[in-house]
Structures are given as C-alpha cells and as structure tokens.
Design a protein around this ligand. Structure first.
Ligand SMILES: NC(=O)c1ccc[n+]([C@@H]2O[C@H](COP(=O)([O-])OP(=O)(O)OC[C@H]3O[C@@H](n4cnc5c(N)ncnc54)[C@H](OP(=O)(O)O)[C@@H]3O)[C@@H](O)[C@H]2O)c1
Length: 276
C-alpha cells in the first residue's frame, strides 16, 4: 500500500452501489486515495451510510455537495438514472472537475451535453464485475477536453481493482463484448468443464473447484509469463497424449468460433443499445 501524494485529488462518488463500493474499497486498499478525501452519495440512506462507515469516507445526501467536495467526480449510477444526475450536477460542475462515468452505453457526447455547453473533462469507463474482488478488467477513453494528466488519475482508480486499457471510444463496445460480458462466458465454460468432470465421475463440488482454479491458473500463466496462449497450449500438449485428444474434440465442436461469435454478438448488441 502506498501513501497518496500530498496533491492527491479529492474523489466524489455519485451512486454508492456495487461498482462504486468496489472502486472506493480498491483505491483505499491500494493507497490511491485517503478515506478522508472521498465523499459518496446515494438516494438510499443505507447504501451511502454503510459504504461511508465501512470505509471511513464521508456520506453526503446531495450530489451537488459531492461535486463541491471533490476534484474527481465518478458517476456510478445505472444508465437510466444518468440524465437526472447530469441535470442535477450541471450547475455544480466546473472546468476543474474531472468527470469519470462508468455507466454502460452512455457516450461522452451525451455526458457532455447533459452537463451543459461548456467544455468538460470527461472520461468514460467500461469496468467488469470481478473488480469487486480486485480482479477487474476495464477499458476507458478520454474525452476531447480531458487533460493529458487525467489519464494517470483514471488509471490510479481502475488499476486499484484490476487491469485497465485506454482505447478509442468506438472500441468500448468491443471492450463491453469481451471483458464486460466475458465473465458470463467464463462462467459457462467453468460450468461445462465441471459437467464434464461430473460425467466422468467426479463429485460436483470438487469438479467445479477444479474447473474454476484451472481457468484462474491458466489466466495467470498467460498474464504472468507473457507467453502467447498457443505457446502455453503447446507446452502441455504431448504427442498422442490426453490433451491433444481433448483439443481435437474442442476443435470439432467449434469452440473457438463459438467464442469469437459470442464476443461479436455482445459487441454488436452494445453498439445497438448505445444508439438506442
Ligand atoms: N456491476 C457491473 O458489473 C458493471 C459493469 C460495467 C459497468 N457498470 C456500470 O456501473 C454503473 C453502476 O452499476 P452498479 O452495478 O454499481 O449499480 P448499483 O449497484 O445499482 O449502483 C447504483 C447506485 O446508484 C444509486 N443512484 C441512483 N440514482 C442516483 C442519484 N440520482 N444520485 C446518486 N445515486 C443514485 C442507486 O440507487 P437506487 O438503487 O435507488 O437507484 C444505486 O445504489 C452502471 O451504470 C453500470 O452500467 C456496472
């Protein structure tokens, strides 16, 4: 854990739900932000109070109070609540605020319009649920009026709960289709591997744990060795052995094409929802 720099920004979270809670806890755990520099709000008293009490942050009833108390304002409400939140925040937001939105499908242009006619420093983020455990994967893009130094501020938040990558805004749909929807694809793979183990006689509990830990271990091998997944696959595939027999079955079933199609379908749906 590091100590935040003396010039560290003050953070405000509008919405104290699951994702805001993951980000606040992750930033405090990583030493990115001091709890005393964080203000959170939520219409549900229990949500804002429990987050504030559990993390040592300050709860505010009024979103404009959060804006006044922060340099970085994270909009962590559901997309359907965003229009009202932007309208409410419009008079309270200044050119000095960095606005970070994590709402799925809401474009930088829509956020900027909702905040008025003055140029605003806006960053749009697409996180995913494993952020709740500090293992998130996020894509983000900087709006046209964001400052170069805003990149590091956003990353200090996202990297506290996993990995993050900067992309151009149109690619956020692909991020949604891959890492946003991806946990569900991975759950299906884990469940199916577990079914395979049960079919071959393993107890369900052991089978599911073996399947999940195998995916976790393989993912760490990819991230920590930096080797190409194909190279790692070749390393565990001996001639005439068990793994090549299984791989042949996977190829016959079209598993690769199925996963590519899944990411494509989810990306297209994200773009459709964004337009709607
Ligand atoms: N969870 C994910 O996996 C995930 C992944 C990617 C992106 N996101 C995005 O992250 C955002 C937050 O998701 P979440 O899962 O954290 O949702 P959540 O748990 O429902 O949290 C949103 C919170 O914001 C509150 N809120 C609503 N209107 C508000 C207002 N006017 N002022 C202040 N707070 C307000 C909600 O209260 P009420 O319950 O009363 O409405 C709720 O407690 C969403 O836009 C979602 O698209 C989430």
């Amino acid at each position: 854990m590091t100590t935040p720099a003396p010039s560290a920004p003050r953070w405000g979270f509008v919405g104290s739900g699951k994702m805001a809670s993951a980000l606040v806890r992750g930033m405090i755990r990583a030493g990115t932000a001091d709890p005393a520099s964080i203000t959170v709000s939520d219409p549900i008293e229990a949500a804002r109070t429990s987050l504030a009490v559990e993390t040592g942050t300050t709860a505010a009833v009024d979103n404009r109070v959060v804006a006044a108390a922060s340099d970085v304002l994270v909009l962590a409400v559901k997309p359907q609540s965003m229009a009202g939140v932007l309208e409410e925040l419009r008079p309270a937001v200044t050119p000095e605020h960095l606005i970070i939105s994590i709402a799925a499908g809401i474009s930088i242009a829509t956020l900027a319009n909702g905040l008025g006619t003055d140029p605003r420093r806006i960053v749009r983020v697409m996180p995913n649920t494993p952020a709740l455990l500090g293992e998130g994967a996020s894509g983000y893009c900087l709006g046209p009026h964001a400052r170069p130094e805003d990149d590091a501020v956003v990353r200090s938040c996202l990297d506290a709960v996993g990995l993050s990558f900067r992309v151009a805004e149109p690619l956020l749909d692909a991020v949604t289709g891959l890492s946003g929807s991806g946990p569900a694809f991975a759950y299906v793979i884990i469940e199916a591997l577990s079914d395979g183990g049960v079919r071959m006689g393993l107890p369900r509990e052991i089978s599911t744990a073996l399947a999940a830990q195998t995916l976790l271990g393989a993912a760490k091998m990819v991230l920590e060795t930096g080797l190409h997944p194909g190279q790692l696959k070749d390393q565990v595939t001996s001639p005439g052995g068990t793994t090549i027999a299984g791989l042949h079955a996977l190829e016959r079933a079209g598993v690769r094409a199925g996963l590519i199609d899944a990411v494509e379908a989810a990306t297209k749906r994200s773009a459709e929802l964004g337009r709607g």
